[in-house]
Design a protein around this ligand. Structure first.
Ligand SMILES: Cc1ncc(COP(=O)(O)O)c(C=O)c1O
Length: 399
């Protein structure tokens, strides 16, 4: 990569792009990248078409269309109980991906430290590299009881140590990709207390905020005591409405924090596709309808995939939210007779063998500062049509 800047070289190819390309090339069942193989509701697509036809095709204002910001501000107030001014506290971005970049680039000076919970969404590290900031990792570790992973628990010692370094921010994600964990009230309260004690900003990626199952409940850390003015809440419409390709996201926070994000957003993209912002506003108006339609499918897929994996003796963490099951690959690697090549991580070796047998999954070591923590795991996505899950399970059963 002779032309690629040194700080970006380690992050130049994403594991998602690699696995999705291989899945297409090999005609594999794609349980890898987290995008649905079905479209979001047709009434949202109709709203986008109508916006295009009504000449909403020129630049939107930098912070986003007022109608979308107002809808998000009202939604934020409903969810957190906090006041939110649509003019100064919301910035519309190109998906949550740009929200992450805008938050980090807007906040960090070169050399700043940022605490990140690992495993993490892969763009976190690349964006920290863009900002010339340094990650301080805090692990989620499996808690095993009677041979089952019952939690992916936040390492409290690492959390306290990272926060005592007074990083510029802590960046984390709940409901969590890739583990499917929904952070508990106690974990969020501890993070919040440490943010207040050490004067740290929370960057809270809540892109799966509506995708929680059973009795689990998503809590925005912004709603906890002392956090309203020190939290940037990030999300997008991609997951909630099964429209991952639309890339309409946002940052919400205090005017001062949103000013920082807007300063970066101005230079990154300036503004986001105008007709899709109109359609996103319509989507949010009827958000509960869309969620009510999607959740039963996701919950059933989760159960189906988990049951199929357990039949193959795969040890897994039963997710309370998101699109994903995080599992130990040992039983599959054994069936496949996988031996990692020299220098190859066992999770990558397993996923390469799986794709040869027609199933795409994601090896998670790329989601860690300390890859060894993820070497025994793989991630499987269940945000798919039921037939896709069944095809994947049939292929797994043949191993
Ligand atoms: C945790 C997390 N954050 C952010 C994103 C990116 O969201 P968007 O597609 O809206 O850019 C994803 C997408 O997979 C994700 O899983």
């Amino acid at each position: 990569m002779p032309h690629t800047a040194a700080r970006l070289r380690p992050f130049a190819t994403s594991i998602f792009a690699t696995m999705s390309r291989l899945a297409v090339e090999r005609g594999a069942v794609n349980l890898g990248q987290g995008f649905p193989d079905f479209d979001g509701p047709s009434w949202i697509k109709d709203a986008a078409k109508a916006a295009i036809d009504q000449h909403s095709n020129q630049y939107a204002p930098l912070p986003g269309l007022p109608v979308l910001r107002q809808r998000l501000a009202a939604r934020y107030t409903r969810d957190t109980g906090l006041p939110c001014d649509a003019d100064t506290q919301v910035c519309i971005t190109c998906g949550c991906t740009e929200a992450i970049a805008a938050a980090l680039l807007g906040l960090c000076n070169p050399g700043d430290e940022v605490a990140i919970v690992e495993p993490f969404f892969d763009s976190y590290r690349g964006c920290l590299a863009l900002a010339s900031a340094t990650p301080v990792p805090i692990a989620l570790r499996p808690v095993v009881h009677n041979g089952r992973i019952i939690d992916m628990a936040l390492d409290e010692g690492e959390l306290r140590a990272a926060m005592a370094r007074k990083p510029r921010a802590i960046l984390f994600n709940t409901p969590h990709n890739p583990t499917g964990k929904v952070f508990t009230p106690a974990e969020l309260a501890l993070i919040a207390r440490l943010c207040v004690e050490h004067d740290v900003i929370a960057i809270s990626d809540e892109v799966y905020e509506r995708l929680v199952f059973g009795g689990a409940r998503h809590i925005s850390i912004a709603s906890l005591p002392g956090m309203a003015d020190r939290t940037m809440t990030l999300s997008s419409i991609g997951k909630t409405f099964s429209l991952t390709g639309w890339k309409v996201g946002w940052v919400i926070g205090s005017p001062s924090l949103v000013t920082a994000a807007r300063a970066a957003h101005q230079q990154l993209t300036f503004s986001i596709a105008t007709p899709l912002q109109h359609a996103a506003a319509e989507a949010l108006r009827r958000e509960d309808d869309a969620v009510a339609e999607l959740l039963p499918l996701l919950a059933e897929n989760r159960d189906r995939l988990a049951e199929g994996l357990r039949r193959l003796d795969v040890e897994l963490f039963m997710p309370d939210g998101t699109y994903f099951i995080y599992a130990r690959h040992e039983a599959l690697s054994r069936r496949l007779g996988v031996t990692p090549a020299p220098g190859q991580s066992p999770d990558v070796a397993c996923c390469m063998a799986l794709i040869d047998r027609g199933i795409a999954a994601i090896p998670p070591t790329a989601f860690y500062v300390r890859p060894e923590l993820g070497a025994s795991m793989i991630r499987l996505a269940f945000c798919k049509r039921r037939e896709t899950i069944d095809q994947g399970l049939a292929k797994l059963a043949q191993l």
